[in-house]
Write a protein that binds this ligand. Structure first.
Ligand code: NDP
Ligand code: CA
Length: 322
């Protein structure tokens, strides 16, 4: 079946400026671990065929290639070494993968290894300055959730950008753990972005602008969301720009039906430093009709989470180069 079309939306405040040659395209996507989709999730309205990896992987890759992001942040990757790493490398991307310490995929018979987070950047556009592989902590204790943080340098301008990808603890009842994991990640990000790289052309120009992509497993009403939106890192959530008031998150980024019932929720976010970066455009969210009565995943949509995509530009400022 044909892929449902999604429009790029240019927020009204940005309309005249919308084609930035220099904008950086970011994609955030929980692609649904193959072992969890087939073995654990219980998506009762999704045909088993639609979960067949040999077909589903092409839908995932097609979606990535259609939008051709400069930076790709993925969660629930359990086919990194045999699929995403080699294919993305052949397309000019550099990848990094960090498995969850106790991935639930390992409980599934004939699994393909642990799932984890992956971060890819376009090699022609960026060079790597630093990588941190983090295991998120709660009250000093290590948890089962991870993050990758990379400081990149834009080859054309020398500007630095710090990018992070994470996947916080799932399920209701774990709001407090998510909040503490978020606090731990913010603390690490404060430390990483305050330093700047050794080859920074803007020495002393302030902290490195930041993009944080993730499946936070948290609605906007949760404490971890409040922590991110009010942090001293001055982060804003890109997808609020899709709403008419610019203040409201989408109604859903994930929509699925399990034996326990239907779950329609906003869990995924692209955070960005709002005084250093601006949102030029966003990929719209499919309507309920496009998603269809059996919800996600499906023959049309390979994951129970929707991909998020936005173009970000560096704001011009007297202290900034170019
Ligand atoms: P999480 O609770 O964070 O969830 C793991 C995955 O399950 C996520 O990918 C999540 O998807 C998905 N999920 C969420 N809700 C449901 C649901 N209702 N039904 C089915 N799947 C769901 O897992 P943890 O990282 O805390 O890992 C727990 C697992 O780790 C255990 O099941 C066990 O197998 C394993 N384990 C852990 C040990 C440990 O010390 N922590 C030791 C040994 C094993 P999404 O994010 O999309 O919602
Ligand atoms: Ca999942």
């Amino acid at each position: 079946p044909a892929r449902p079309h999604r429009n790029l939306v240019y927020p009204s405040s940005m309309a005249p400026l919308h084609k930035h040659n220099s904008s950086i395209r970011i994609m955030q996507w929980n692609i649904l671990a193959q072992a969890l989709g087939e073995g654990k999730d219980g998506f009762i309205r999704c045909p088993l065929d639609a979960l067949n990896w040999e077909e589903r992987k092409y839908l995932i890759l097609e979606e990535i290639l259609t939008y051709s992001p400069d930076i790709l942040c993925l969660q629930e990757v359990d086919h990194y070494y045999d699929t995403f790493q080699p294919i993305m490398a052949s397309l000019g991307y550099q990848g990094s993968f960090l498995a969850k310490p106790w991935s639930p995929c390992l409980d599934v018979a004939q699994n393909n290894g642990p799932d984890g987070c992956a971060l890819f950047y376009r090699r022609s556009r960026f060079s790597l300055q630093a990588t941190a592989h983090l295991r998120l902590s709660a009250m000093m204790l290590p948890t089962n959730q991870v993050a990758i943080v990379q400081t990149l340098s834009c080859r054309a301008t020398g500007r630095q950008l710090c990018v992070a990808v994470t996947h916080l603890k799932a399920r209701s009842g774990w709001e407090r753990l998510r909040s503490v994991q978020g606090a731990d990640l913010l603390q690490s990000l404060r430390s990483i972005t305050s330093q700047g790289g050794p080859s920074s052309p803007e020495e002393g120009a302030g902290p490195v602008p930041l993009v944080v992509c993730g499946d936070f497993n948290a609605e906007p009403s949760e404490d971890v969301y409040r922590r991110f939106s009010s942090s001293t890192l001055r982060l804003d959530s890109a997808y609020k720009m899709l709403s008419s008031d610019g203040e409201t998150e989408p109604a859903y980024t994930s929509w699925k039906i399990r034996p326990s019932g239907e779950s329609c929720s906003t869990l995924d976010y692209i955070w960005y430093t709002h005084d250093a970066l601006s949102v030029d455009c966003l990929l719209d969210i499919p309507t309920e009709e496009q998603i269809g009565p059996d919800r996600l995943p499906s023959y049309h949509y390979p994951s129970d989470h929707l991909s998020l995509l936005c173009d970000l530009s560096f704001r011009e400022g007297p202290h900034m180069l170019m």
